[in-house]
Design a protein around this ligand. Structure first.
Ligand code: GLU
Length: 484
């Protein structure tokens, strides 16, 4: 195997403000793929400097979500490394140290204004129909910082910044994008704008992967890198994920839900990885089902798109089924039996062998089993069905005909030896010619209803196969009695 470069470090830096949704996981995934592809390092960093927005339990929830889909990190809150700790609220000394560097250079100062005064400046700018720029109110002599006021960055050179985004290509923005923003708030916590830069520098992050909402702030970030005398990292902007209509960003209603909901609904982790990777990336070619190893191999920033990527539940279900098919029969059956058990249904030996493949054919995620059970779709496998006798009649046929056909089929089945019941095909052979001759609906409809009580169910041959000879005959006879 050829040696891969080792110098790439990426990070995922979520704020613990609630659950992680697909957008966050996709960002983490691209950062992870980039690191894994290059034999680099992937860091998890928790950005918890906005205490007002913090939601209890989110840090654990974020980690759980990433672990579920196997996005393992080399360094992070529970994986000690050379840049410990990996939670921003525990790194305040470091932001202070970097702030002091800027103060020493005359590039940071204490904000002398009250919030009301700043609000007044903002209102004035609005009335003048001008963008509000704090730097236009910067005091002549820069007030000294005693650690209690907000500390502001002094943007020294008003110029145009040009940078290369590895997805978007060359970008640039003029001085209007630069301002004296807050580095450290009066509560002692740094702002995101400052803290992430300090951390990316300290942690040796080479590639910053994040959403497009950060593009407009990038000139500000670049002015800080410059003030600190540090070369900025590479920027990788991920495309937005659009809702199923392709017009709006994915909203809470159509998929931007708690990522762990997908686990509850019974999607496979490999599906989620495959699906999310393809939301904005395509390696080219027809192949769409990728294992995680294949994705690592195929991942290429040059093939990440700029435009929005469209969400589709149907596609997700299709892809999940494809990944489910890659499981061995034993794994599938175990999973089905386990899911049914949670629902209070215990599948025994032979029944489970026969029923699991039938269930498997009809689902695209494990959670579909819950729906079947809730809708009573599996009841008839365990209990003889209840139904009105009229239900046994096919279209413009009648009671007498239904009875006649059921009696005939019963007779055939009764006479057949047990070994004719060990495959769906053999059972079909016993009945199909007669049904074809008499009209399939006339024969097969009453048979299906007799066995399942339903208009929709697997075909009667499959039902017979699963129920076995004895139970089939018992149910058919019960139907015939009803028709008397
Ligand atoms: N904490 C930021 C967020 O959750 C991270 C942005 C970044 O990756 O730099 O949006």
């Amino acid at each position: 195997m050829k040696e891969k470069p080792q110098n790439i470090t990426t990070r995922f830096a979520p704020s613990p403000t609630g659950f992680l949704h697909v957008g966050g996981v996709r960002t983490a995934l691209y950062a992870w793929l980039l690191a894994r592809k290059n034999n680099g390092k992937f860091i998890l960093r928790i950005e918890d400097t906005d205490k007002a927005r913090e939601v209890e339990g989110s840090i654990e929830h974020i980690q759980k979500s990433l672990k579920w889909v196997g996005l393992n990190w080399d360094e992070g809150p529970d994986a000690p490394g050379p840049h410990d700790p990996y939670i921003q609220s525990q790194r305040l000394h470091l932001y202070k140290k970097f702030a002091e560097k800027l103060i020493a250079k005359g590039l940071a100062y204490a904000d002398p204004y009250t919030e009301e005064e700043i609000e007044k400046f903002r209102k004035q700018a609005e009335a003048d129909k001008k963008p509000f720029l704090y730097r236009e109110h910067r005091p002549e002599t820069l007030p000294e910082w005693d650690g209690h006021q907000p500390l502001r960055f002094k943007v020294s050179e008003l110029k145009t910044y040009t940078w290369t985004d590895l997805v978007w290509g060359e970008l640039s923005a003029g001085p209007e994008a630069l301002d004296d923003f807050i580095l450290i708030k009066s509560d002692g916590y740094p702002t995101y704008n400052f803290a992430h830069i300090v951390d990316d520098i300290d942690m040796g992050v080479t590639h910053v992967v994040r959403g497009q909402e950060f593009i407009s702030s990038t000139p500000k970030f670049l002015s800080v890198y410059e003030a600190l005398g540090v070369q900025p990292p590479h920027f990788v902007t991920t495309p937005p994920i659009m809702g199923a209509d392709g017009k709006r960003k994915l909203g809470k209603r159509d998929g931007a839900k708690d990522f762990m909901d997908y686990e509850k609904e019974g999607y496979l982790p490999d599906t989620m990885i495959n699906f999310l990777a393809f939301l904005g990336f395509n390696p080219g070619g027809e192949k769409e089902i990728f294992t995680r190893e294949e994705l690592i191999e195929a991942f290429d920033l040059n093939k990440v798109q700029r435009s929005g990527a469209q969400w589709s539940d149907d596609k997700l279900d299709w892809m999940n089924k494809e990944h489910m098919k890659m499981l061995s029969e034993k794994e599938r059956n175990e999973k089905i039996v386990e899911r049914l058990k949670i629902l209070g249904i215990d599948l025994e030996g032979v029944m489970s062998e026969k029923l699991c493949p039938i269930i498997f054919d009809r689902i695209s995620k494990w959670g579909d089993i819950d729906t079947f059970v809730a809708e009573g779709e599996l009841d008839y496998f365990f209990n003889a069905p209840e139904y009105e006798k009229e239900k046994l009649i096919w279209k413009d046929s009648n009671l007498a005909e239904a009875k006649k056909h059921l009696e005939y089929v019963t007779e055939i089945l009764e006479k057949s030896s047990d070994k004719n019941f060990d495959s769906v095909e053999k059972i079909k052979t016993l009945i199909f010619d007669y049904a074809t001759l008499q009209g399939r609906g006339n024969v097969l409809w009453p048979l299906r209803v007799a066995l399942s009580g339903k208009e929709k169910s697997p075909d009667p041959f499959t039902l017979i196969y699963i129920l076995g000879k004895m139970e089939t005959l018992a149910r058919a006879e019960k139907a015939i009695k009803k028709l008397d």
